[in-house]
Ligand binder design. Structure first.
Ligand SMILES: Nc1nc2c(c(=O)[nH]1)N[C@H]1C(S)=C(S)[C@@H](COP(=O)(O)OP(=O)(O)OC[C@H]3O[C@@H](n4cnc5c(=O)[nH]c(N)nc54)[C@H](O)[C@@H]3O)O[C@H]1N2
Ligand SMILES: Nc1nc2c(c(=O)[nH]1)N[C@H]1C(S)=C(S)[C@@H](COP(=O)(O)OP(=O)(O)OC[C@H]3O[C@@H](n4cnc5c(=O)[nH]c(N)nc54)[C@H](O)[C@@H]3O)O[C@H]1N2
Ligand code: SF4
Ligand SMILES: [Mo]
Length: 682
């Protein structure tokens, strides 16, 4: 069997190196690349049979034109020529009548490759379309980190191998960052203790030595309570602080006295004894390491929470200790000049910006000045993944909205399209990948021919640019040419030389980290800024999440499922069979409400309602309901968790607040009776 290298394209921090087994031009086997320093030869269950996604009978093979009602999913095949001319004729009309800003691109990280992710940026800038702010994931976490650390490189995950105390903080590692387990296992073999802080007992919590269950959205208070203890018990690293930290004393004077163990326990639901134990373990470790996930940042106070957690390593001097540090998101992207493909110079000054978390609102705006007339979706499935789904679907159903969706599968979003365009998978196009969870770059080259008539994002934007008469020769470049230019750019952006030869040859290349990178604090003061005069407030403090104002009785955490990635892999029956959308409830709540395991329940709030199968389990806490996975509609009774989430934003970065919601719950049967009664009365 011929073996070719490739890269996993999904929105996952691991960004694995793949080995593809080829027979007669067909990919027949997929394995983890043993020579990839982070993948180390293993894959997650989703990608172990990637060929089933690539050759899925559900792939879209030709461009399609809608024949049924919006959302119904009835289409007829058309040629690429027809599709491109239908799209560009519509756009030319719309630009004449409503202006180019009434066209909205919507995309995210269906592919993490630098080319395919960014393929449409320049095109829509040239067109003068509205600009999309890509905020759906974790911009609040990035803001909180930057407030304290500026542009300092987050710690390499493999540093954790030398740690003796690792905190997995709001990360569902065994689902979302499984290859980090290799590093933790090495640390554990040397006696490291692993703590997991989460709102419910995930598989990652089972794997950890200690599970700390926290009330949703209150981690900022826990960080303050820990620093209170660190200060009180004289465990701060004063020599490190004197040299490298700004504002610790002011935090100690002004803020920490308020976060006594009693108060912290009241806010977080973590017992005073546990807070004390955790603070002691963290502060007395010779190399404390925090892997900070995004869960804690998906709340109204998300940036502040991330900022507070980012202060912890400063208080104990973790960065000066081999094996210590903090990994939020790795900044591998800093190695590349992304402007080569994104061309921010083309964006017209003053153009309208739209936050992708507010898609539901934006599509329903009626006044002529803000009316969106056309939506072009690629590498994303907002009908499933965007918050406040009822609003999103109401917008997508508008007859006067001209929607184009470039997709691999007939997703919930594609069903609302006027024109669907078939997209290649990562085995059918080339790209250059960096990761947000580790420091390796890798180039991939197409290993199989496109399935059906599918085209890559870059190829489609090149076609659209020509048909829209954009004169720039920029669009004549091939993917390979762009990749070469990006590889060339690495020399200018990274402090140490990168092996461009290896990178060009498609071999995974670790980004060399300078020996003192952990102490190279890239802030205006050159210090870690616990007090940051450019922030409001300049000292961090705990603020409650949005949901504290909601009247419903349960917190609702809708977190990742190991078998699905956002809404990707819903096409795979081998992964999803024998599974439905479940809602976990604590036995004490179930007893009080007289619910039984396995029954259908309906959750509701001001946004909408959704039906779940109830799972009674002590994995979750009283008052906290949990559902895993973002499901396609056809796998659910009436839609997924986003029928219940809101468009409210984070305190900084305009980020999503998926977990910052409350819901009410009743049996689906009771709900049906009520509706029937109401109908009879009417
Ligand atoms: N299998 C799989 N892998 C994935 C994804 C997927 O959907 N499935 N999604 C991908 C994407 S796009 C991303 S951004 C990453 C995200 O991956 P992670 O960084 O792991 O972040 P989240 O998925 O938001 O949530 C992680 C954990 O935070 C917990 N949590 C929720 N609220 C709180 C809180 O207030 N405090 C604390 N301490 N914990 C809380 C949740 O219960 C969950 O277990 O994963 C990527 N990888
Ligand atoms: N309730 C709830 N909702 C969530 C989350 C949550 O935790 N809870 N997580 C949120 C997070 S963190 C994120 S990042 C978002 C992600 O949300 P999305 O960006 O919508 O991600 P996916 O659902 O994976 O959809 C990606 C789509 O891109 C398509 N695709 C893949 N490769 C290509 C390509 O090369 N070209 C084109 N044109 N298409 C391609 C895939 O077929 C897939 O349908 O979801 C968010 N939604
Ligand atoms: S762990 Fe993540 S990067 Fe690795 S194969 Fe699975 S989805 Fe891809
Ligand atoms: Mo994400």
């Amino acid at each position: 069997m011929e073996i070719r290298k490739s890269v996993c394209p999904y929105d996952c921090p691991d960004c694995c190196g793949l080995l593809i087994g080829m027979e007669n031009g067909r990919a027949v086997k997929v394995a983890g690349d043993p020579d990839h320093p982070f993948t180390r030869g293993t894959l997650c269950p989703k990608m172990a049979h990637y060929e089933r996604t690539v050759y899925s009978p559900l792939r879209i093979l030709t461009p399609l034109r809608r024949t049924g009602k919006k959302g119904e999913g009835r289409f007829m095949p058309i040629s690429w020529e027809e599709a491109i001319s239908l799209i560009t004729e519509q756009w030319k009309n719309i630009i004449r009548t409503n202006g180019a800003e009434s066209i909205l691109p919507y995309s995210y990280a269906g592919s993490m490759g630098t080319i395919q992710y960014s393929a449409g940026h320049a095109f829509f800038y040239d067109l003068g379309a509205a600009s999309l702010e890509r905020t759906i994931c974790a911009p609040a976490k990035a803001c909180g980190y930057q407030d304290v650390m500026g542009q300092t490189l987050p710690t390499d995950p493999q540093e954790a191998q030398k740690s003796d105390c690792i905190i997995l903080w709001s990360i569902s590692m065994l689902a979302t960052n499984i290859h980090f387990k290799h590093d933790i296992d090495i640390a554990r073999a040397h006696g490291a203790k692993v703590y997991c802080i989460d709102t419910y007992r995930t598989r990652t919590a089972d794997y950890a030595d200690h599970f700390i269950r926290i009330r949703p959205g209150t981690d900022g208070a826990l960080a303050l309570g820990m620093m209170h203890v660190i200060r009180r018990d004289g465990l701060a690293d004063n020599a490190f602080i004197a040299q490298h930290v700004q504002g610790w004393e002011r935090l100690c004077d002004k803020i920490l006295p308020h976060y006594t163990l009693g108060k912290t326990a009241d806010i977080t639901g973590v017992s005073a004894a546990t807070i004390e134990e955790l603070a002691h373990a963290y502060a007395t470790a010779h190399a404390p390491f925090i892997r900070l996930g995004s869960g804690q940042s998906r709340y109204g106070n998300g940036a502040m929470t991330s900022r507070l957690i980012t202060c912890l390593p400063a208080s104990v001097g973790a960065y000066a200790k081999p094996g210590g540090g903090l990994l939020t998101s790795a900044s591998g992207s800093h190695a590349l000049d992304k402007s080569i493909i994104r061309r921010p110079d083309k964006e017209k000054p003053g153009i309208r910006h739209i936050n992708m978390c507010e898609l539901g609102r934006v599509l329903n705006q009626k006044d002529p000045a803000s009316l969106i007339k056309s939506l072009y979706v690629y590498s994303s499935n907002p009908a499933c993944t965007a918050p406040d789904q009822m609003q999103v679907l109401r917008g997508l159903a508008r007859e006067d909205l001209f929607t184009v969706v470039h997709e691999r599968f007939l997703t919930d979003t594609a069903r609302y399209a006027d024109i669907v365009l078939p997209a290649t998978t990562s085995l059918e196009h080339s790209d250059l990948y960096y990761s947000y969870g580790q420091y390796v770059l890798e180039r991939s080259t197409a290993v199989i021919a496109p399935i059906g008539e599918s085209k890559s994002n870059w190829q489609v934007f090149s076609l659209l640019a020509k048909a829209m008469n954009l004169p720039d020769s920029f669009y004549n470049q091939t993917e390979e040419e762009l990749i070469t230019a990006l590889i060339e750019s690495t020399g200018r952006f990274w402090p140490l030389p990168i092996d461009k030869k290896k990178l060009s040859a498609g071999i995974p290349v670790p980004l060399p980290l300078p020996p003192d990178y952990k102490l190279d604090f890239r802030t205006p003061s050159g210090k870690i800024e616990i007090e940051n005069p450019r922030c409001q407030p300049s000292l961090p403090d705990y603020f409650p999440p949005h949901m504290n104002q909601d009247p419903e009785s349960f917190s609702f955490v809708n977190s990742p499922d190991a078998r699905i990635l956002d809404s990707s892999f819903n096409e795979r029956n081998d992964l999803l069979r024998r599974h439905t959308m479940e809602l976990m409830m604590h036995p004490s709540d179930a007893r009080r409400l007289q619910f039984i395991d396995g029954q259908q329940v309906q959750a509701s709030n001001a946004q909408g309602r959704a039906t779940f199968t109830l799972r009674i389990t002590d994995r979750t806490a009283p008052g906290v309901l949990v559902s895993e996975g973002v499901w396609w509609k056809k796998h659910t009774a009436d839609g997924n968790t986003n029928r219940l989430t809101t468009m409210r934003l984070t305190d900084q970065g305009g980020g999503s607040t998926f977990y910052d919601v409350r819901i009410n719950i009743e049996s689906a049967e009771k709900q049906r009776q009520k509706t029937a009664e109401k109908n009879t009365i009417l």
